[in-house]
Design a binder for this molecule. Sequence first.
Ligand SMILES: [Ca+2]
Ligand SMILES: [Ca+2]
Length: 201
Amino acid sequence: MNMKNVQLLKFTFLSLLLFFYFNLISARDPAAYTTRINLTGFINGLVPYDVDIYVNGKLATDITNVGHNYDVHTEEFPSKIELKYSNDPLNGVNVGDIIKISNHILTKTALDQPNKLLAGDVNNDQKISVSDIVQLRKLILGKTEGFNPDRSWVFIDASYNLQLHNWAEADQSVNLVPGDELVANFKAIKLGDVDLNAKGH
Ligand SMILES: [Ca+2]
Ligand SMILES: [Ca+2]
């Protein structure tokens, strides 16, 4: 084989290699995983629309089927899913909620459902205290535009066995492991609205 033929062979080999490489790349589906997210509420199924979805700590952008349910497409395996929504914090919030939370703190009338306790914990410190009332007062008086941390709904893992005694430990994310069906079910709770009169968006 002369030098020219060797070079031609090399060139053909490299071309074939590149051809297969680029075909492999283009054939690969960029969204390797599709995770279904279902969202339900405590009050007549009430949930906010168009929530932000975080997969493994990153905001997901490749989403279809928006509404109460979402299909999220990711390249990475979705091991941790969290939802976030911050709009319209005043929805369902008024002085009646402050009175009910005060009565709970003063042990006059306890909040009687675990989802109401999650709603009352507006500062997400896993307890109901005066700090939550301070935030609600500021919001109602227009001294602040939202809660701190910045969110107006809280979303918990729907498979969590939510009870009056364990509301504070409720999982605010859904964790999937390889082999799981890629479905994450969440329950939505409007923050601050302990008497459950928030409206749908
Ligand atoms: Ca709190
Ligand atoms: Ca309310």
